[in-house]
Design a protein around this ligand. Sequence first.
Ligand SMILES: *Cc1c(COP(=O)(O)O)cnc(C)c1O
Length: 410
Amino acid sequence: MHGEEQKWVDEAIRTNWVSTVGANINAIEEQIAEYVGCKYAVALSAGTAALHLATKLAGEKLYGQAKPNAGTLQSHKVFCSDVTFDASINPVAYEDGEAVFIDTEYDTWNMCPEALGKAFEMYPDVKLVIVAHLYGTPGKMQQIKEICDKHGALIVEDAAESLGAKYKLNGKWVETGTLGNFNAISFNGNKIITGSSGGMFLTNSKEDAEKVRKWSTQSREAAPWYQHEEIGYNYRMSNIVAGIVRGQLPYLDEHIAQKKAIYERYAKGLADLPVKMNPWDRENSQPNFWLSCLIIDKEAMAPQVRGEQNYLYKHESGKSSPQEILEAMAAINAEGRPIWKPMHMQPIYRTNAFITKEGNGRGKSNAYIAGTGIDVGADIFQRGLCLPSDNKMTAEQQDKIIEGIHKCFL
Ligand SMILES: *Cc1c(COP(=O)(O)O)cnc(C)c1O
């Protein structure tokens, strides 16, 4: 927090605009649209709400309006990022579709275009792809968009983690959050800027913006009474939350610079170890460096196995494992995280199809065999971890973490 957040929250209370309408909402919708370079931004209660309405709208455009008690995806398959937070892809289930997970690539840790191409060979009727930019690093959107265009498929872009990250599309720099047909960002408490909660739907289509705004405010029709022709949601952002976002927005670029400095300090401090930082395309992207991560070289991985809720690891000289490093950090009161566990390994999605660049990632039995490292997502989950990345972290605190990681490899 910087202080200006308080000013706009106080203003909302002083003027009695304590509701889902008010000056803060109007201001941030305008300011975000200008920052990312889109025509319309619709402020919602969460990034998840933005992703839900984006996915619902995509379904309605592709398959027509659903019956009041059914989702718009109507059992159709949707290709989805696999290493992401489940909020990216749960809306497929909310709308009665079926997620098909696409494996990850090693260059940016995002959706693998080759695997996506393979998926279209296997399921040529699919018309929707949900793509996330993991940890603030843009994925290979040029290739992904070309594949989608070739198959007439639409894109829902999940830019929840990547607000302020830039990507070179057709030789022109653009912001993430403008790369899909339907786009979502988040102001959750852990994101690059926050409103405590909140999110936005971003679009260049006036009609889409109006539709999402209507759905988010209970789908009221223009009648003197509560008149409803379609199912509605209570998904609009509060003017109090919008006040916090309004106070944070002037600091977005500063937060990105701080996060980048943290990333670079780790990269330098860990350069002598058998690890790499989370990679990005230095020619065609500029991440927001939301989370710094590392991945241990294959040869330097000590044994580590994970069950559903617990794990075991063994130390070996000159080697380490993510769980060993996370414990060492916890011992000095520093919070790291495992890599987001891939969706195809999650109990709720374990029977969904999963496509690698070789084809069916489940094999003939459609079973995932934990720890075999047969796919890229599982491999990054096995060898990678998220480092403490808070922009308030001091250089001294970061040096302690770097020192602690070195001890793990003794
Ligand atoms: C945080 C996050 C979301 C959800 O945003 P909320 O505002 O928390 O609902 C969706 N997708 C990704 C990739 C996220 O990191």
